[in-house]
Ligand binder design. Structure first.
Ligand code: M6R
Length: 613
C-alpha cells in the first residue's frame, strides 16, 4: 500500500502535505514525492523516506496553495526516483498519485504505445495518467470526465488524485478498493485528501469517506461527488473522533513501543461499556442484529492475515471450548482463491486491524456471494472491511502506526473472547457461574497487562543475550500455540531474524532436528492444562543443549530449574492467557530489533496494511 495526501485551499500546501506524508509513512517508505501548483506544475520526488525528500527540497521554492503528495510501497517497478510518485502524463500536463494496482495496465500500456506514447517509469500509475491524457485529447472533455471514462475501463484497485497544469485550482480524486478520506475545512473553503484521517485531524474533524466508485471533484474550493456512472452524490460528512495525541509518539522512541505500552488502556477500551461481571452483562451492540446467526451457526469460519489470522486461531479455541461450535480458521489470501463451501448455517468472522487488507476484503466479497453472514472485527472505524460486513465490533485500540501489530492483537482477542462468551451464554453451553467467572477475569486483564509491562527491563536483558542469534523457535500448546506463531512473526518482521512458531508437541516431528546450543527456544509454558506436557518438551530441548527462554506463570518453580531464562507473567485462566503471554514476546522482539539497529516502525519491505494482492 501507499499513502496519498493532497490539499487545496488558501494555506500553503507544502507544509500540510509533507507533514501528512510523515504521518502516512507507515503505509510505505520506498520513495516519496510531491507536486505543487505554483504558477506552473512542479514535481519533486525521491527514492527513500520522506525525510530524504524533505532534505532534497531545502533550497526549493515550495509556495503554492494546491498540491499532492505520495509515499510509496513498491508494487510495479523497483523503488527508485523514476518510479516514485507523482507521475506525469506523457505531455506533462497531468500528474497523478495512486495507491493500489491497475491489473489491466499492461493491455492499456500496449495500446498507448501503439499510439506512440512512451513511458519513463515501470509503474501502472504512469499508464493510468497517460490513459487519462489520451482520453482527454480524443474526447476534448474536461479533466473530471476524462478521469471518469478512464476509470470505467480500469480493472483493479485505486485511490487516486489527479491535477492538471491547465486547471491549477482543481483536484480530481477517486477510489475503488483503496481508502480515501476528504477533510472539509471549517468554512468549506479548503479540502484535505488522504489515505486515512491522520494527516487531516489537526486541521478539521469534519470528514467524508469516499465510497468505492466515487469521484470527488474539487474546483475553486467547491466539492462535488459523483458516482462513476456520473450521478451526483450527496456528501455524508462525519465527525472524526481521532485525537491528535493518538497519532504522535508521546515521549516514546518508537510507535511500536508506545503501542505495546498502550495495551492496558486499549484492552480496557475494547471492554469498556461492554461487560460487567457484577451484573452478568455482556453487550456487543454492533453484533446484536445478527447475533442469532452466530448462536445457531453450524460452523464458524474465521478469516484474516498475519497477526489477525493468529488472533483468529485463538478464536477457534475460544468458540470451540466455550460455545461448542466447530470453527475453521483460514488465511483470507487462500480462502479467496479456493472455491470454498459455505452452507446456509455457516457464519464468517473477518478480522483486520486496518480494515483495508485486500485479501480479507476479497474473501468477504466471495463469502457474501455465497450467501454468508459476515461479522467484522476491525480497528479502523469506517474502514472498507467494517463497511463491507453485516455486523461486527470495533476493537477501539486507537491508531496503530507501528508496522508490527501489537495492541490490535490483544484488542482482537478481547472482542473474540466476548463474542464467544456471548454465544456460549445464549446457547447455554456455559453455566452462569463460569460465565461470570470469565467475565470477572476479563475485567482484570488490563491491570495484568500493566504488570506484564513491568517485565520490560528483564526482557531487555534477555534480548541482549540473544540479539545475534540467527534462528529462533517459539513453542506453545493449546491457546498458546497461536501466541508462539505471533511471537515468531514479531521477531522476524522487525529484527529480520528467522523464527518459526510451532505447537510444542509438533517439535518432535521435525523441528527438533534444528536444536543445538545455538538455538534459542521460547516456550510459552504457563500453568494450564498442558503444563506437564510442555515441561516434557522443555526437557527434550534441554537434552539437546537448546537454550530455553520460558514464559511462565508467576511463582513457577519447576520450569525455573530447567530453563535458561524465565519471564513470570500474572496468573489468569487459560482462555485469556494469550493476552498476557504475548506482551513479553512483543517486548523481546522490540529490544532485539533495536539492538540490531533495525528501524522497528518501518521494517524493510513491509507496509502497515497490504492493500494489494
Ligand atoms: O490490517 P490487517 O489486520 O488486516 O493486517 C493483516 C496483516 O497484514 C498484519 O497483521 C501484518 O501481518 C502485521 N505486519 C503483523 O505485525
Amino acid at each position: 500500500m501507499c499513502g496519498i495526501v493532497a490539499y487545496t485551499g488558501m494555506r500553503e500546501a507544502y507544509p500540510i502535505i509533507i507533514k501528512g506524508l510523515e504521518r502516512l509513512e507507515y503505509r510505505g517508505y520506498d520513495s516519496a514525492g510531491i507536486a505543487l501548483q505554483n504558477g506552473d506544475l512542479h514535481v519533486y520526488k525521491k527514492k527513500g523516506k520522506v525525510a530524504d525528500l524533505k532534505e532534497s527540497l531545502k533550497n526549493v521554492n515550495l509556495e503554492g496553495n494546491v498540491g499532492i503528495g505520495h509515499t510509496r510501497w513498491a508494487t510495479h517497478g523497483e523503488p527508485n526516483d523514476r518510479n516514485a510518485h507523482p507521475h506525469y502524463s506523457a505531455n506533462q500536463n497531468l500528474v497523478i498519485i495512486h495507491n493500489g494496482i491497475i491489473e489491466n495496465y499492461s493491455a492499456i500500456k500496449q495500446d498507448l504505445e501503439s499510439k506512440g506514447y512512451a513511458f519513463t517509469s515501470d509503474t501502472d500509475s504512469e499508464v493510468l495518467v497517460t490513459f487519462i491524457e489520451d482520453i482527454q485529447k480524443n474526447t476534448q472533455t474536461p479533466l473530471e470526465e476524462a478521469v471518469r471514462l478512464a476509470l470505467q475501463r480500469v480493472v483493479g484497485a485505486y485511490a487516486i488524485v489527479v491535477m492538471s497544469r491547465d486547471t491549477p485550482h482543481m483536484l480530481v480524486a477517486a477510489r475503488k478498493g483503496s481508502p480515501l478520506v476528504i477533510g472539509v475545512g471549517k468554512n468549506k473553503d479548503e479540502y484535505f485528501l488522504a489515505s486515512d484521517a491522520t494527516p487531516i485531524v489537526e486541521y478539521t474533524n469534519e470528514v467524508i469517506y469516499l465510497d468505492d466508485l466515487e469521484i470527488a471533484i474539487i474546483k475553486n474550493n467547491q466539492l462535488v461527488i459523483q458516482h462513476l456512472d456520473s450521478t451526483i452524490k450527496t456528501p455524508y460528512i462525519q465527525t472524526l473522533t481521532l485525537a491528535l495525541e493518538a497519532i504522535e509518539k508521546g515521549g516514546f522512541e518508537h510507535f511500536m513501543l508506545k503501542e505495546i505500552y498502550e495495551q492496558p488502556k486499549s484492552v480496557a477500551d475494547a471492554l469498556r461499556g461492554r461487560i460487567s461481571s457484577l451484573e452478568g452483562r455482556l453487550h456487543l451492540g454492533g453484533m446484536l442484529e445478527y447475533i442469532n446467526r452466530l448462536v445457531t451457526a453450524d460452523r464458524i469460519m474465521i478469516l484474516g492475515c498475519g497477526t489477525s489470522w493468529h488472533a483468529g486461531l485463538v478464536g477457534e479455541y475460544l468458540f470451540e471450548e466455550l460455545a461448542r461450535v466447530p470453527v475453521e480458521v483460514e488465511y483470507a489470501s487462500e480462502f479467496r482463491y479456493r472455491n470454498p463451501i459455505i452452507r446456509e448455517n455457516d457464519v464468517v468472522i473477518c478480522i483486520s486491524q486496518s480494515g483495508e487488507t485486500a485479501d480479507t476484503l476479497a474473501a468477504i466479497e466471495l463469502a457474501k456471494q455465497k450467501g454468508a453472514v459476515i461479522f467484522g472485527i476491525c480497528n479502523v472505524v469506517g474502514s472498507s472491511i467494517a463497511r463491507a460486513t453485516h455486523a461486527g465490533a470495533y476493537i477501539h485500540a486507537g491508531p496503530e502506526i507501528g508496522v508490527a501489530s501489537t495492541k490490535a492483537f490483544t484488542g482482537q482477542l478481547a472482542i473474540l473472547t466476548m463474542t464467544a462468551l456471548l454465544v456460549a451464554y445464549r446457547k447455554g453451553t456455559i453455566n452462569e457461574s463460569d460465565y461470570r467467572r470469565i467475565l470477572a477475569e476479563l475485567e482484570t486483564i488490563p491491570q495484568k497487562i500493566e504488570q506484564c509491562l513491568k517485565l520490560n527491563a528483564e526482557t531487555e536483558k534477555i534480548a541482549s543475550v540473544f540479539k545475534n542469534a540467527h534462528n529462533f523457535l517459539y513453542l506453545g500448546r493449546g491457546y498458546n500455540f497461536p501466541v508462539a506463531l505471533e511471537g515468531a512473526l514479531k521477531l522476524k518482521e522487525i529484527s529480520y531474524i528467522h523464527a518459526e512458531g510451532y505447537p510444542a508437541a509438533e517439535m518432535k516431528h521435525g523441528p527438533i532436528a534444528l536444536i543445538d546450543e545455538e538455538m534459542p527456544v521460547v516456550f510459552i509454558a504457563t500453568k494450564d492444562s498442558s503444563y506437564e506436557k510442555i515441561i516434557s518438551n522443555i526437557q527434550e530441548v534441554k537434552a539437546r543443549k537448546g537454550r530455553v527462554i520460558a514464559i511462565v506463570t508467576e511463582g513457577d518453580t519447576e520450569i525455573k530449574k530447567m530453563a535458561d531464562f524465565t519471564i513470570e507473567i500474572p496468573h489468569t485462566i487459560e482462555p485469556l492467557s494469550p493476552m498476557l503471554a504475548v506482551i513479553p514476546l512483543q517486548l523481546l522482539s522490540y529490544h532485539i530489533a533495536i539492538m540490531r539497529g533495525c528501524d522497528v516502525d518501518r521494517p524493510r519491505n513491509l507496509a502497515k496494511s497490504v492493500t494489494v494482492e
